[in-house]
Design a protein. Structure first.
Ligand code: AMP
Length: 282
């Protein structure tokens, strides 16, 4: 593992790799790495000659300052973790000033409506922040392939759209969500849930999996009612949204159309920690 803090240093290394025609994979992360991140890293290692993992807690994608301040961080541990996977991994962990000007200026993007619902609705400005940093990383690194988790499905779709609209040549590759045995999707934020509350966390998966299992036999209104009642009866979880949306354009729907793909999306607060998940329904 080799660590770069400056984009100018990374650019030199990247130039050498490109000169030799090496295939480069990029895995953008905010650190506090876990097995979910690792699955992206391993896939990138398999499909490329070199893998660059960026570790950057992007301030402009946090609409809640408290969330930003309390976001888990441990660069040393992350680097050790990656080093144990492969000595060839390149880590790019820039200071904020390497990425942003003093005012933390964010570009305003047109995501063709993909940001209208779910995370885009509940976290105003979030996706402009995400797209600003990702387009910056794609520009500095110019990877052949960039890996994103379906855990953040709306983000994945938005980045896919971003590269099309801006003629960026990287392939955007979506990767399966890695879960705990009880279904809880791995997330850096899970470390903030303490023991007495941990048993409630699996309810998130239970709800979206209920939607998946009953997709063929129930209509969407009944699924919405079931899930809303389900969380009404769990005092410790505050449901922010449960939404069934068509998978390509991410428009919420109340009924099925033949040949369309759907996903269920959810955001909750548990012990003050905001957790999201989603699942393919068909
Ligand atoms: P983050 O550090 O949370 O910004 O995540 C970095 C990348 O890892 C994003 O593309 C996420 O979608 C992906 N990721 C996070 N959690 C998981 C998971 N449980 N399974 C697969 N990918 C994940």
């Amino acid at each position: 593992m080799i660590l770069f803090r400056k984009k100018s240093d990374l650019a030199i290394r990247r130039g050498d790799l490109k000169k030799n025609n090496f295939k480069i994979g990029l895995v953008p992360t905010m650190g506090a790495l876990h097995a979910g991140h690792l699955s992206l890293v391993k896939r990138s290692i398999k499909e490329n000659d070199y893998t660059i993992v960026s570790i950057f807690i992007n301030p402009t994608q946090f609409n809640d300052k408290k969330d930003l301040i309390s976001y888990p961080k441990n660069l040393t541990k992350d680097c050790q973790y990656l080093d144990s996977v492969s000595r060839d991994i390149i880590v790019f962990a820039p200071e904020i000033s390497e990425i942003y000007d003093k005012n933390l200026s964010v570009k305003k993007f047109n995501f063709q409506g993909l940001d209208k619902f779910m995370e885009g609705k509940y976290r105003r400005g979030h996706f402009n922040g995400v797209a600003t940093v990702v387009s910056h990383l794609l520009d500095i690194i110019k990877p052949n392939n960039a890996y994103f988790g379906e855990k953040d499905y709306q983000q994945l779709r938005i980045i896919q759209q971003l590269v099309i609209d801006n003629n960026i040549s990287a392939n955007i590759i979506g990767c399966d969500t890695i879960r705990e045995e009880d279904g809880l999707a791995l997330s850096s934020r899970n470390s903030k849930i303490t023991e007495p509350y941990r048993k409630f966390a699996c309810k998130i998966f239970e709800a979206i999996n209920y939607a998946r299992i009953n997709f063929n036999s129930m209509n969407f209104d009944d699924i919405y009612n079931y899930v809303n009642n389900f969380f009404d009866n769990i005092d410790d979880i505050e449901l922010e949204y449960f939404t069934i949306a068509e998978s390509e354009f991410l428009i919420p729907v109340n009924k099925k159309t033949i040949d369309k793909k759907y996903r269920a999306f959810i955001a909750v607060k548990l012990q003050g920690v905001r957790l999201i998940d989603n699942i393919a329904l068909n």
